[in-house]
Write a protein that binds this ligand. Structure first.
Ligand code: PEP
Ligand code: CO
Length: 449
């Protein structure tokens, strides 16, 4: 195999590559990005890898969630705090159902680059480049906004840094002290749209949880700290390899190269070709890496990818995020699980993304997803893993802590969708839908024991 470097991907075919008109400007920006400090540290990356290794052994569960496309405009305290709160509350519900600690991973602080099914978009006879996320261009339909602008890479970097800074400060300041349910932002829960039953269920759950914590502490149980530590990790699709590779470096006293834009980058469904640029870049980084896997994936190609990304079978290294669709999962998941399990055993964390295989476009052109289909894919994924003797070790959602109207069900019907449809890309679960989803998953996990 040819030698790897942070730039060796440039010799491979780049799916979803960005055409920058001014190469010199791009190189100036990349030189600046290379010189700027990393967004995350190798210690954090290694800590997440240890936690993922424990999840692979069934000792933890992973919750990953956030926007489909994060925007620079949403780099605001209320939006970020709302996202942390819903992830935190979902994680508490899951801890209670699964009876194990939950790793919280946001799709944030860098989820600014989007793959598109078409490189161009046509409106009223005018053809312009598609919107590829705020890391590349802007959504307005004008030639200026749609031009791929290298400076957007620096804007993305600085907004990711601002986001991480706020998240770290909130976590360090006891944003959620799990010993005090009265601080778990219950007034956030008293919002009008939340059904009384859901609110009561959450209240009863947090009361039981805090009672149990006090009991464990009274016994001098060591694990309480671990259980109650509120940590958030960051993740995004590692799509723009200029951005990722500029922040990829060797660090003192550690072997290998770390992609320090985020803790856990993932390869998307459209860019996971084993001979492509993304696989080449990802094979050389020390981070935990995730791969999205859709219903057309052949088991052999996923095995080749696993061998390339994790040749040594390193604990905590590999996460496979399956996104099959509720109608496909029972057919498409078993052969894949069987093949991976036979070849590499438990050294992979299986995560279900029930969003990306369940997108539908309504007659009026609005993209949406149904709560029921999303839940069905999760439940069927649990069933498949149980039947195959493997384990579903995590879930991956597009969600927001705000009251958007993008997905159907959980109180919303088609007529509601245009009320507050804010996503610039795929439809997200809103606050209530996300919390209800967590309770449904927790009940399922409590049943399986
Ligand atoms: C996404 O996670 O927003 C996405 C584009 O997913 P996938 O690569 O699975 O289609
Ligand atoms: Co999406």
């Amino acid at each position: 195999m040819s030698p790897w470097s942070p730039q060796s991907w440039r010799d491979r075919p780049v799916e979803q590559g960005v055409a920058y008109a001014d190469e010199d400007e791009l190189e100036r920006v990349l030189a600046k990005l290379r010189a700027l400090p990393p967004l995350v540290t190798s210690w954090e990356v290694e800590r997440l890898k240890r936690l993922v290794a424990e999840a692979q052994e069934g000792k933890r569960f992973l919750l990953q969630g956030g926007d489909c496309a994060e925007t620079l405009g949403d780099c605001r305290s209320d939006v970020i705090a709302a996202k942390l709160k819903i992830l935190l509350q979902m994680s508490l519900v899951l801890i209670h159902g699964a009876r194990k600690p939950v790793i919280r991973v946001g799709r944030f602080a860098g989820q600014y680059a989007k793959p598109r099914s078409s490189a161009t978009e046509e409106r009223g006879g005018q053809v312009l480049p598609s919107y590829f996320g705020d890391l590349v261009n802007r959504p307005d339909f004008t030639p200026e906004a749609r031009r791929a602008d290298p400076r957007a890479l620096l804007d993305g970097y600085s907004h990711a840094a601002l986001t991480l800074n706020f998240i770290r400060s909130l976590s360090a300041a006891g944003f959620a002290d799990l010993h005090h349910p009265e601080y778990w932002d219950l007034d956030f829960l008293s919002r009008a749209d939340l059904p009384e039953g859901l609110r009561a269920e959450y209240k009863a759950m947090t009361d039981r949880l805090s009672g149990a914590l006090r009991f464990l502490e009274a016994l001098g149980e060591q694990t309480v700290d671990e259980l109650t530590r509120v940590e958030f990790f960051a993740s995004h699709e590692g799509l723009n390899l200029h951005y990722e590779s500029a922040q990829t470096r060797a660090v003192p006293r550690r072997a290998g190269f770390y992609d320090l834009t985020t803790h856990m980058p993932w390869i998307g469904e459209r860019t996971r070709a084993v001979s492509g640029a993304h696989a080449e870049f990802f094979r050389g980084i020390a981070n935990t890496v995730a791969v999205k896997v859709g219903p057309t994936a052949r088991p052999e190609e996923i095995l080749d990818l696993c061998a390339l990304l994790d040749p040594r079978g390193e604990p905590g290294k590999l996460v496979l995020i399956t996104r099959m669709g509720a109608t496909e999962v029972a057919r498409a998941l078993p052969p894949l699980v069987r093949a991976v399990h036979a070849r590499i055993g438990r050294r992979v964390l299986w995560v279900a993304d029930p969003m990306h295989g369940n997108t539908v476009t309504l007659a009026g052109g609005v993209k949406t997803r149904s709560f029921d289909a999303i839940l069905r894919e999760i439940e069927l994924s649990f069933d498949v893993h149980e039947a195959e003797g493997t384990r579903l070790g995590g879930v991956h959602f597009e969600l927001t802590g705000e009251d958007v109207t993008e997905c159907l069900g959980g109180g919303l019907s088609e007529a509601d969708l245009d009320r507050r449809y804010l996503s610039v890309c795929d439809p997200r679960l809103n606050y209530r839908q996300a919390l209800e989803m967590a309770f449904s998953i927790a009940r399922r996990m409590a049943r399986s024991g």
